[in-house]
Design a protein around this ligand. Structure first.
Ligand code: AFP
Length: 327
């Protein structure tokens, strides 16, 4: 079953549905195919390397960050259903229309996560979270900064050995679609994905341990030394959130980007990195916290707000919650 057929099948389960979300999800598939095409040819089209500009986070922008951002925006604009887009690569929201009716959406996205890995041909990805408009929404900051639990759909596209689109909606489980490059269509290859309850690996940038507090260092040591509940775990860290999360979704385990003494908010962004993947994790039977509270219950105070993140198998995340709430 192709992604389009799956979307239309889901729509048929809602007799009153007007098809807006279906249309938006098919345009997401279009954005994924366009970015996959561009990323896979980057070395041959001079699109590797840096663009010589920095984004709102003060990070060097890769040429592909900017191209992927444009392609994603174009696909969302073509749907005529998105009023506001918030991107990791843009300081301000992009308001695409002045229509605020219920049938319209706000989309938060990271067009190319892990882009510092592109030039070394390591897996990168696109992350997205979709909110349906509420009656009084007008695209103001307070209308945009909603808890992740209010997302009506979220997911990611992984550009790796194959291109996979993983998504869930507010009333479906997590589905994985693999791109058939020849046909140019995504096909359902991973139906109703479930994250194993306990993990086989832990994933964290250990070189940052000097910046952690004692409780965080002790916690990571417990996973490293096999003292955490469950079998001893091995270390896995790609340094590309999508790749580390996708492995955790399929095999179980935990991905951690803790807060630091000088940066208690950590590195990853709440609205377009942590919240969409927390939506997927919870729908697959996993969990996601900032060390204490659920990522999906956090309300940002600014668009590009960061959050500590512990995401993965239920038993592993519970280990974190126990360790960091008692400290
Ligand atoms: P880039 O987009 O700058 O490559 O950052 C990738 C990322 O946001 C996320 O994909 C990784 O999990 C994390 O940063 C890696 O951060 P460290 O390099 O500090 O481990």
């Amino acid at each position: 079953m192709s992604d389009t057929a799956w979307v239309l099948h889901q729509q048929s389960r809602h007799p009153g549905a007007r098809g807006e979300l279906s249309t938006l999800l098919t345009h997401l598939g279009l954005a994924a195919r366009m970015i996959a095409h561009t990323v896979s040819r980057a070395a041959m089209t001079g699109l590797l390397g840096e663009a010589g500009a920095t984004n709102v986070q003060g990070e060097e922008q890769a040429k592909l960050d900017i191209v992927a951002d444009e392609l994603f925006l174009d696909a969302m604009q073509a749907s005529h259903l998105v009023s506001t887009l918030v991107s990791e690569e843009r300081e301000e929201p992009a308001h695409l229309t002045e229509k605020w009716d219920r049938g319209y959406y706000t989309v938060f996205y990271d067009p190319l996560d892990g882009s510092s890995n592109i030039d070394v041909n390591v897996t990168v990805g696109t992350i997205f979270g979709i909110y349906r408009h509420r009656p009084n929404d007008r695209g103001r900051l307070e209308d945009l900064l909603r808890p992740g639990r209010e997302q009506i759909a979220a997911g990611y596209v992984m550009y790796g050995s194959s291109t996979i689109l993983v998504l869930a909606t507010e009333d479906t489980k997590v589905q994985g679609f693999t791109l058939n490059q020849e046909i140019g269509e995504f096909f359902l290859t991973h139906a109703d994905m479930q994250m194993p309850k306990v993990g086989k690996s832990y994933s964290v940038n250990g070189s940052r341990s000097q910046y952690w507090d004692d409780a965080t260092r002790d916690l990571v040591d417990r996973f490293r030394q096999g003292e955490a509940e469950g079998a001893p775990r091995t270390a896995r860290y790609v340094g590309s959130f999508i790749a580390d999360f996708h492995r955790t979704l399929l095999k179980g385990g935990i991905f951690m980007y803790p807060g630091e003494l000088q940066k208690p908010e950590g590195k990853l962004r709440l609205m377009y990195e942590a919240a969409p993947l927390a939506f997927i994790a919870e729908r697959a039977g996993g969990d996601a916290i900032d060390g204490r509270i659920s990522i999906l219950d956090k309300v940002a105070s600014k668009l590009h707000e960061r959050t500590p993140l512990f995401i993965g198998s239920k038993v592993d995340v519970e280990e974190v919650r126990r360790a960091l709430t008692r400290s």
